[in-house]
Design a protein around this ligand. Sequence first.
Ligand SMILES: *Cc1c(COP(=O)(O)O)cnc(C)c1O
Length: 346
Amino acid sequence: MAAMIDLRSDTVTKPTAEMRAAIAGAEVGDDVYGEDPTVNRLERLSAEMLGKESALFLPTGTQANLVAVMTHCRRGDEFIVGRAAHVFHYEAGGAAALGSAHPHPLDFAPDGTLDLDEVAAAIRPTSDHFDPLLSHFAPTRLLCLENTQDGKVVPLDYLAEARSLATARGLAVHLDGARLFNAAAALGVAPAEIAKHADTVSFCLSKGLGAPAGSMLCGPSEQLHVAHHHRKILGGGMRQVGVLAAAGCYALEHNLDRLADDHRNAERLALGLDALDGFAVDMPGVQTNMVFLRLTREDPADFAKFMAERGIAILVEGPVIRLVTHLDVTAQDVERVIASAEEFVS
Ligand SMILES: *Cc1c(COP(=O)(O)O)cnc(C)c1O
């Protein structure tokens, strides 16, 4: 039987033999003492690639984002964030539950941006002189953006404008760049060209880059020192974690160029499915490694079951189906998926 094709997420990638060799050979030390040479190398490499002063290795992207929110916001401060953003929707309310920061959600535009007039209007009023009425408001401290957002690449000129607005109004910018390298590959720019529009940037090693775990938070050293303390508060200070950092270094050194293959595969998959009667693919949204689609006649749950019987796993969220390409999905796999989908509707 042919191998399983798992399109549910790019988090399902498994470390290759070469990555496992890097893990096995990793030099390690106690990272809480700052003595793990492999973690230190990964942090230097990440900071360099993003054009930031410093970087911090964390177990998950969820913790990286929470640490970022805690670094920019004090208790009762507010941050502006997309309603469908990972930070707001998929992180179990951690920013509020553990970070004591108050989220102010806004709807994403279809292109994955937050309308800047809405952002400006959402910033709470402040004054340099005492005004008793202003005590009603949680002070806005942070604008949180996401790139890619549901696989869509946020334009560079938008990021620049968002940063100017934030700076003019005294807000910091945190970019949840879980898939920052997909955005950079799609734009054909260095990741630093995206990262320069934010104060802090997080990215995941555990998704399209193929590492088993780990995320980075990058930014100015002064803020990263505060972040280091918050990581400890959250229980994210790990010891001989160079074994994981080695996978991260391997990913950054070997798995970036191939992201373009994932994007080509996603495009081929989208075009192949969209050509079938009964499938409506969000074609403008196909910009990196994600494909969102709906079925015009059939029940998505029936489709998922049909595909599962053919060794193809897909993700169904209500009426929407999400397919994600990654390093364990080949061009031949994509043809197999299209053929099975064709069989389903015929
Ligand atoms: C996956 C993801 C994260 C982090 O998720 P973890 O599973 O905690 O590593 C953060 N933001 C976005 C947009 C993501 O897709």
